[in-house]
Design a protein around this ligand. Structure first.
Ligand SMILES: [Zn+2]
Length: 283
């Protein structure tokens, strides 16, 4: 499932092919993904110039010359492919249409952007650019973890008195935007905090220590996504998936990476999702 760094990598890969370009043709091959597409989506996109491609949490937002903004969400299995335009050092010819190519944008620079989503948990919507903060998917989202509004004071205030496990609190998008399961596991390992510890029982100092760790974990992942783009050999121009070296995620039963720790990484299930942690290093 794409998380914030993967979505940022997709945005970075799409931007040179889409920004400043006009959507000459928009193929919308079915009426819906997770939710119905907006009415007349193809007509509303055709002829629109993409002024800017942004990211908010795990959503890609394309501001259009029509004063509308296109929201793109990759969901669980959504994939974006660029063809007809150089991606990093590699140029990908237009591929033959695939099953599950649900939306295809033909750009004025001959780039083709294909949204393929086998499981259809992804989404696209159109909203007035001026009213995007009121969009139902965006209005309750907390500050961006890499932005200035996310800071020590904010996190301390949000976690104060909270009876939920810290793992669950960090996954709450109202507290911080875009943090998902994988990166929360990594953050808690680096912070030395047990995922089941009650959020409100963690000292202010330790809560504050998580802020730079959250920024570092995400920035490092975005950086490795960026280098994957610069060296984009993948045959079809698909964006956004790259190799990570996680210290706990999906490593249950393996030895903790902390020198001299020697304990095995454990897995527990919290709110229906796996948490991986070291019982020695995380308290
Ligand atoms: Zn350990």
């Amino acid at each position: 499932m794409p998380e914030l760094p993967e979505v940022e990598t997709v945005r970075t890969g799409l931007a040179p092919a889409m920004e400043g370009q006009v959507i000459v043709q928009a193929d919308v091959n079915r009426p819906d993904l997770r939710w119905p597409f907006p009415e007349q989506m193809s007509e509303r996109l055709t002829g629109a110039e993409i002024l800017r491609l942004r990211r908010r949490s795990k959503y890609i937002l394309a501001d259009l010359s029509t004063d509308e903004t296109l929201l793109i969400h990759l969901g669980m299995s959504g994939r974006m492919t660029v063809s007809g335009h150089a991606l990093g050092d590699f140029y990908h010819d237009h591929p033959a249409p695939q099953k599950h190519d649900h939306v295809v944008f033909h750009m004025s620079n001959d780039a083709r952007i294909t949204f393929n989503d086998a499981r259809r948990f992804g989404a696209m919507d159109l909203m007035p650019t001026a009213g995007q903060d009121d969009h139902w998917l965006l209005k309750d989202i907390g500050p961006e973890p890499l932005g200035n509004d996310f800071n020590e004071a904010h996190l301390i205030a949000k976690l104060k008195g909270k009876n939920t496990p810290i793992k669950t609190a960090l996954l709450d998008q109202r507290i911080v935007a875009g943090l998902g399961n994988i990166y929360v596991c990594e953050v808690l390992f680096r912070a030395g905090i047990h995922p089941a510890r009650k959020a409100g029982r963690i000292s202010a100092n330790r809560v504050a220590s998580m802020v730079p760790i959250i920024r570092d974990v995400l920035s490092e992942a975005i950086e490795s996504g960026g280098s994957s783009l610069r060296d984009y050999r993948q045959a079809d121009g698909e964006l956004g998936y790259f190799q990570h070296g996680f210290k706990t995620y999906d490593r249950d039963g393996e030895t903790c990476v902390t020198p001299d720790c020697g304990k095995k990484i454990k897995r527990i299930v919290q709110s229906g999702r796996s948490s991986f942690f070291c019982p020695q290093c995380q308290r």
